[in-house]
Design a protein around this ligand. Structure first.
Ligand SMILES: Nc1ncnc2c1ncn2[C@@H]1O[C@H](COP(=O)(O)OP(=O)(O)OP(=O)(O)O)[C@@H](O)[C@H]1O
Ligand SMILES: [Mg+2]
Length: 299
């Protein structure tokens, strides 16, 4: 089955958000519309966890947040319990069959809300679907800038846009990094070491050179770091963090996200940290500090 392109009339149509023209909350922070991608070609390191829980923290502060799920596994979409509409990332990255170009602004048609019964109000999602995997073989000349084209005008509607990248460095990740203002690299140093750092750094450098000179290397987020009572585990964690500093630290600060049971439960059950009472408080504070880092100062 091939992905169908958006009908051309969508291109000319004005954005059609199903909310008020200027969403409540936008403009409370000094750099509205900031786009941050969470990247690593390795799977299971914490990209989706970071994306979703920072989105929830930012929304709890009254920010309007958009999560763009670029991973055909659709974990951000399912964790935020978003129900895709007619269009997903697969369709908005599909070029118009007549022109061969992405349809400017068509991403508006794919935006759906996260489940506001469960998650804080103010989170929207551009969901992914399995069909997006087909975009990895896109050979068109504009293949890297299709997301940026599709998202024309979208950033004006949000305080913060978070992009959950797939565990690969293919066309989907490159589209995300080309549209982003900042990339944060997520690693789980204890599980995987830091191999792959060179390849990822090289890809980011190439994107900055050729496609997106403004892309800022934000931070390394070392996720699920075991800093518990066990001295031996703490020593290993420190050793791994030192390795991460050596591999990436020249360009970006390494931020430590501890391993918290509540974080694991939150992503497994698709629930916010507030659901887990006392054990959710410390991680919630950490994700709140990250939301503030990305939102910037209040206006
Ligand atoms: N700080 C943390 N404490 C405890 N568990 C964590 C933490 N961060 C991530 N995890 C767990 O690690 C696992 C992998 O996380 P996640 O799905 O976010 O990784 P990912 O990089 O998005 O994976 P993929 O590349 O396959 O999409 C999840 O079970 C998640 O709950
Ligand atoms: Mg993921």
């Amino acid at each position: 089955m091939t992905a169908t392109a958006l009908p051309p009339e969508r291109a000319a149509a004005p954005p059609a958000p199903d909310r008020a023209p200027l969403p409540k909350g936008v403009g409370r922070y000094k750099r509205p519309g900031r786009r941050v991608a969470f990247a690593n070609q390795k799977g299971g390191v914490g990209k989706t966890t970071t994306t979703v829980l920072i989105a929830a923290a930012a929304a709890s502060r009254g920010a309007r947040v958009l999560v763009i799920d670029l991973d055909p596994q659709c974990h951000a979409t399912s964790t935020l319990r978003a129900t895709p509409g007619r269009y997903t990332v697969a369709e908005i990255l599909t070029p118009d069959p007549q022109t061969g170009d992405a349809v400017p602004g068509c991403a508006h048609s794919a935006i759906v809300p996260a489940d506001a019964q469960v998650w804080p109000a103010g989170i929207d999602v551009i969901p992914c679907s399995l069909l997006a995997a087909e975009r990895e073989t896109d050979a068109g000349v504009d293949r890297e800038i299709r997301l940026a084209t599709a998202c024309e005008g979208v950033a004006d509607l949000y305080d913060l846009i978070l992009l959950d990248l797939p565990p690969s460095l293919g066309v989907l990740s490159i589209n995300g990094l080309t549209y982003a203002d900042e990339v944060d690299v997520v690693i789980q140093p204890h599980r995987f070491g830091v191999d792959g750092a060179a390849k990822l750094s090289h890809t980011i450098a190439r994107i900055r050179k050729r496609l997106n000179p403004g892309l800022v290397m934000g931070a390394i987020i070392a996720a699920a770091v075991d800093m518990g009572d066990d001295r031996a585990k703490r020593a290993i964690a420190r050793e791994r963090l030192a390795e991460a500093e050596t591999a990436y630290g020249e360009h970006m600060p390494v931020l430590v996200m501890r391993r918290w049971e509540a974080v694991n439960k939150a992503t497994d059950r698709a629930l916010p940290l507030s659901h887990f009472g006392a054990i959710g408080r410390e991680p919630a504070e950490w994700f709140d500090s990250q939301a503030l880092r990305l939102l910037g100062e209040a206006a």
